[in-house]
Design a protein around this ligand. Structure first.
Ligand SMILES: NC(=O)c1ccc[n+]([C@@H]2O[C@H](COP(=O)([O-])OP(=O)(O)OC[C@H]3O[C@@H](n4cnc5c(N)ncnc54)[C@H](O)[C@@H]3O)[C@@H](O)[C@H]2O)c1
Length: 259
């Protein structure tokens, strides 16, 4: 378990972003740091160098950032990471459950191991991280949990071969609703963001470029959703101004579907 902290003084909130070494999580961490938070970039040990580079980039801007090794599927790893953050800079007040994987395969060719791998990261990981952070949030009477879901929780416009991913993301809806009710009187809001089609490594690995291009072309906005647009929504939901928004799944998807 390693943890690095470049700046120990934290004028703003302490925010843990999981899976923040790259992609959407990296932009979320950047947006929180630029909003005055001390941001902790939590990612797999294999991504430690990349996470460190992200943190160094932020501290190079004069912002407050650190990293922690974290496997969201591993109960002990999650507990150790939250414990280290708490000891070093204080308990996370904002948790962004961003870490996610996609393993597209036709259902009849999906093994139980593949199914379990996706559910473990995308859904159980969000539960484990929330459970580790909630006691301190409750004691403080303030907290924000923001899950990153997906358009796939509600629709399968790209193709129909990603049942494990769609089911894991739909599960985040139930988790979000339950936690919002359970901790609403403790000053904690629990919401999720359902991104649309964001040009990241996860997306490029999961879907052929031609299919993505056709889908993006059909969107009302006619373009990919930007990671910065997901990040700005997360910062908004974490603010005091959003205290009455809880239990929501916020679509940021260029009009991919309408609720
Ligand atoms: N890219 C899209 O179009 C899109 C659309 C909808 C939702 N999402 C969701 O947004 C989130 C971020 O996706 P992305 O596109 O940036 O993906 P990405 O693959 O670029 O980044 C995912 C990050 O999560 C980390 N990670 C994976 N397993 C982990 C684990 N067990 N513990 C800790 N960290 C782990 C990876 O190391 C990586 O840094 C995911 O939850 C994804 O499902 C993405």
């Amino acid at each position: 378990m390693t943890m690095t902290t470049t700046t120990a003084t934290t004028a703003g909130r302490i925010t843990l972003v999981t899976g923040a070494a790259r992609g959407i999580g990296r932009q979320i961490a950047t947006a929180f740091a630029r909003s005055g938070h001390h941001v902790v970039i939590g990612d797999l040990p294999a991504a430690a160098d990349t996470a460190r580079a992200v943190a160094d980039g932020l501290t190079g801007e004069g912002l407050s950032a650190g990293t922690v090794d974290l496997d969201v599927t591993d109960e002990d790893s999650v507990a150790a990471a939250v414990g280290r953050i708490t000891e070093t800079v204080g308990a996370p007040q904002v948790l962004v459950n961003n870490a996610g994987i996609s393993r597209p395969a036709p259902t009849l060719e999906t093994s139980l191991a593949q199914w379990n791998e996706v559910v473990a990261v995308n859904l159980t990981g969000q539960f484990l991280c929330a459970r580790a952070c909630l006691p301190a949030m409750r004691d403080a009477g303030w907290g924000r949990i923001i899950g990153i879901s997906s358009f796939n929780a509600k629709s399968a416009p790209v193709n129909g071969d990603n049942a494990s991913y769609a089911a894991s993301k739909a599960g985040i809806t139930g988790l979000t609703h339950n936690l919002a009710v359970e901790f609403g009187r403790d000053g904690i809001t629990v919401n999720a963001i359902a991104p649309g089609i964001v040009d990241t490594e996860l997306l490029r690995r999961a879907h052929p470029p031609q299919r993505l291009a056709e889908l993006v072309d059909r969107l009302p906005t006619g373009r990919f959703t930007l990671p910065e647009e997901i990040a700005a929504t997360a910062v908004f939901l974490a603010g005091d101004v959003a205290a009455s928004i809880t239990g929501e799944i916020v679509n940021v998807n260029g009009g991919l579907y309408f609720d």
